[in-house]
Write a protein that binds this ligand. Structure first.
Ligand SMILES: Cc1cc2nc3c(=O)[nH]c(=O)nc-3n(C[C@H](O)[C@H](O)[C@H](O)COP(=O)(O)OP(=O)(O)OC[C@H]3O[C@@H](n4cnc5c(N)ncnc54)[C@H](O)[C@@H]3O)c2cc1C
Length: 452
């Protein structure tokens, strides 16, 4: 089967990792990327300064043989540190095994490493400053603009893999057809990033190995550590309404909002008002598509196929999982591109839809439910059940973050059964002492099959 070359559109996190994976398979890879080279351009550094990496992301990096390059960048986060309005904090471990951590990683540094490895080690040809304008499905042709010269030219899709992100020009080119059936649901909340710099000697000004959350009901602030001692803060807030980006329309209102709702953190934020005014409010949304490919000519992958809101920290992790799954499908030497794309879609689409749902649910948990004593009791019970029944009851968060061998769709299904069990078992309980753990174990064994 001739699968000797491929063009990848978008040298973001997914595109760059995929280029390495395919090149390692002996496929000749050319890439087109709108932005300038991230290794030489400050302008290319921008969006979301750090990301949470979990088991699926790490698996993708290991599969591509680049984990050793990335590992030094990772800052472990063992759990959530919840900051209450009265200044008190609570620590909630993410998992109960020493290995059950997630990791903060700089998006820009990660992207640079992947692009560099693709180009230098795996001889991927990458052209920067090349913007896809549109895609013509019937001609299987991508129209590209060279942003230096302003000239347009066409590239044949033989095939084209579009990893051009949530606003994918390729996916949108199918909008008037039934072929892809993409939908974009924008959340009525946006995000803005701020920074807590490191202390005078580069020390962390908040606990280093935690993801910090200031849950405030309808909105929240979070902070992730960076290796240099600084934290990236992200405020998630409704677009409109009483407390919203629209209502915070003067410097004094912004200052008063932070003073009132995040008093413990205000003195640590670098140039709050200046950063607020300089940094744009980013859009959040879910992209779902009925299909991810067209006749072996083009495949959507990563956010282009299935952007998810960031509240489970899984968009990149899912995109890296995509790269592994696609590579596994390519193990079959007899499959042509159309078959490869079809099998890949069938493997991953239910998983992408499942994590899209669970990411939306997790926003409510992070900004609100995490403060609820019943929720905290359920977390304790979930850990206790996992200890007693490790092959049967694994908390949903752990299935998603630490168990890359459990597909997201299974985590969603088992998670629903588990949540019902936790609701029933804590119905009349206020603390662990109120729960008969042996009876709870028996109930789990009755209602939840072992995991295979
Ligand atoms: C606020 C925020 C926080 C997040 N936090 C996390 C997290 O903690 N953990 C996690 O796993 N995920 C997180 N994500 C999601 C993660 O950023 C994405 O899932 C991931 O970047 C997807 O990778 P991608 O390569 O598919 O898309 P992108 O990273 O968006 O890359 C797309 C690439 O295509 C290029 N491109 C776009 N259009 C064109 C065009 N027309 N022509 C040529 N090139 C083009 C872009 O320049 C870019 O390089 C977060 C997202 C946001 C917004």
């Amino acid at each position: 089967m001739n699968r000797s070359s491929v063009t990848i559109l978008g040298a973001g996190l997914c595109g760059a990792l995929l280029a390495i994976v395919l090149a390692r398979r002996g496929i000749k890879v050319s890439m087109l990327e709108r932005s300038p080279d991230p290794r030489t351009s400050e302008a290319a550094r921008g969006r979301s300064i750090n990301l949470a990496m979990a088991a699926r992301g790490i698996r993708g990096l290991k599969h591509a043989g680049v984990f050793d390059l990335v590992e030094p960048l990772l800052v472990p986060m063992k759990g959530r540190c919840v900051h209450n309005l009265d200044g008190t904090t609570q620590h909630h471990l993410y998992g109960q095994r020493e290995t059950e951590k997630i990791y903060s990683v700089s998006r820009a540094a990660l992207n640079e490493i992947l692009v560099d490895a693709a180009e230098t080690e795996y001889k991927v040809q990458i052209k920067f400053g090349q913007e896809a304008v549109t895609y013509y499905p019937e001609e299987a042709t991508l129209r590209v603009r060279d942003l230096d010269t302003g000239n347009d030219y066409d590239v044949r899709a033989k095939p084209l893999i579009a990893s051009d992100g949530a606003g994918s020009a390729v996916r949108r080119a199918f909008a008037d057809t039934d072929i892809i059936g993409g939908t974009e649901d924008l959340l009525q909340h946006r995000y803005k990033e701020l920074v807590i710099p490191g202390g005078p000697n580069g020390e962390f000004q908040l606990e280093q190995n935690a993801l910090h959350i200031w849950p405030r009901g309808g909105f929240m602030l979070i902070a992730l550590p960076n290796p240099g001692g600084d934290f990236t803060l992200t405020l998630f807030l409704p677009v409109e309404g009483k407390i919203s980006f629209a209502s915070l329309d003067t410097d004094s209102k912004v200052q008063a909002f932070f003073d009132e709702l995040f008093p413990d953190i205000v003195p640590l934020i670098d140039d709050l008002i200046g950063s607020w005014n300089r940094n744009p409010a980013g859009v959040l949304g879910t992209v779902r598509s009925r299909h991810w490919h067209d006749r072996g000519n083009v495949l959507l992958i990563g956010d282009a196929a299935h952007a998810v809101v960031p509240f489970h920290g899984q968009g990149m992790n899912l995109a890296f999982e995509d790269c592994v799954v696609l590579d596994q499908v390519l193990e079959n030497p007899d499959a042509d591109w159309a078959t490869v794309f079809d099998v890949f879609e069938n493997e991953q689409i239910a998983n992408a839809n499942a994590i899209a749902d669970m990411a939306l649910e997790n926003y409510v948990e992070m900004r609100d439910t995490v403060r609820d004593p019943k929720h905290q009791l359920q977390q304790q019970l979930a850990f206790a059940l996992e200890k007693r029944l490790p092959n049967r009851f694994i908390p949903r968060y752990s299935m998603i973050m630490f168990h890359d061998e459990i597909p997201y769709a299974i985590a969603q299904k088992r998670g629903a059964i588990q949540q019902k069990l936790l609701d029933d078992l804590t119905d009349r309980a206020d603390e662990m002492a109120d729960i008969d753990l042996d009876a709870a174990v028996a109930e789990v064994e009755r209602r939840l099959p072992p995991i295979h």
